[in-house]
Design a protein around this ligand. Structure first.
Ligand code: ADP
Ligand code: MG
Length: 234
């Protein structure tokens, strides 16, 4: 199984004449979890926004498909779960209805997805009344319901407790069997637990990238080594 390839060449985001992120050269393909790590303000969120098409790029951000098609095959989950002021069932059925599925088929698929994300009891509950952990499970379940090839997740567990975090991690790891999960996280424990690849950001640029096991066993750059030790990296 190979998810949609994405290639960044000299890519970045410029604001007020300043390059917030970039230039970045990076190729993402296949499945698994790519953890985007780095200090606060290093550009993790901006890199995800750039890849997801939410920022006007400098340089090139190329999907292997026309932009509209590529867009339909990717999804984003944010730190604060975004849910519609409707039932859990309606939240899950919504992207399927948009994709043209019938009402009955959307409903059936929504109910199966709710069960898979441990939200079966909350189907009729208003999504805005869910707990933080439940709301994030819902946001993730909804993002994955259309089987995207790439899922961007920006600090999805930052506002959650340990138990809710593990529940999200388990679902991300499962999704990564068929999807390329691009996970921005400041939680190195999380990156060690579920990343298959690492992109280490520093000052808006990729300082080091490679397989997670090798990175955590012995990073090549002194900056990454310092970051892993918990030192403040300048
Ligand atoms: N909307 C914005 N306008 C201007 N600068 C921004 C904006 N968002 C982020 N930045 C700046 O871009 C840089 C990268 O930020 P961000 O991607 O949020 O970092 P991270 O997610 O790694 O903490 C920082 O210097 C930040 O101050
Ligand atoms: Mg961020």
């Amino acid at each position: 199984m190979s998810a949609l390839p994405l290639e960044l060449r000299g890519a970045g985001v410029r604001r007020d004449g300043r390059l917030l992120v970039g230039p970045v050269d990076l190729r993402l393909e296949g499945t698994g979890v790519t953890a985007v790590i780095g200090p606060n303000g290093s550009g993790k969120s901006m890199l995800l926004r750039l890849m997801h098409g939410l920022e006007r790029p400098v340089g090139r951000v190329d999907w292997a498909l026309p932009e509209a098609e590529a867009r339909a095959r990717q999804a984003l989950v944010a730190q604060r779960p975004i849910v519609l002021r409707r039932s859990v069932r309606a939240n899950l059925a919504f992207p399927l209805r948009l994709a043209g599925l019938s009402r009955a088929a959307s409903r059936a698929r929504a109910e199966a997805q709710a069960a898979a994300f441990d939200l079966g009891e909350q189907l009729a509950q208003r999504a805005t009344s869910l707990s933080g952990g439940e709301a994030q499970r819902l946001a993730l379940a909804r993002a994955l319901i259309t089987d995207p090839e790439v899922l961007f997740a920006d600090e999805p567990c930052a506002a959650l407790d340990g138990r809710a975090t593990r529940a999200i991690e388990a679902r991300l790891a499962r999704a990564a069997a068929t999807t390329h999960v691009v996970l921005a996280t400041h939680d190195m424990g999380q990156a060690r637990r579920i990343a298959t690849r690492v992109v280490f950001m520093l000052h808006g640029r990729v300082a080091e990238a490679g397989p997670a096991a090798a990175f955590f066993a012995g990073p090549r750059t002194p900056q990454a080594a310092a970051f892993l030790k918990g030192d403040i990296v300048e």
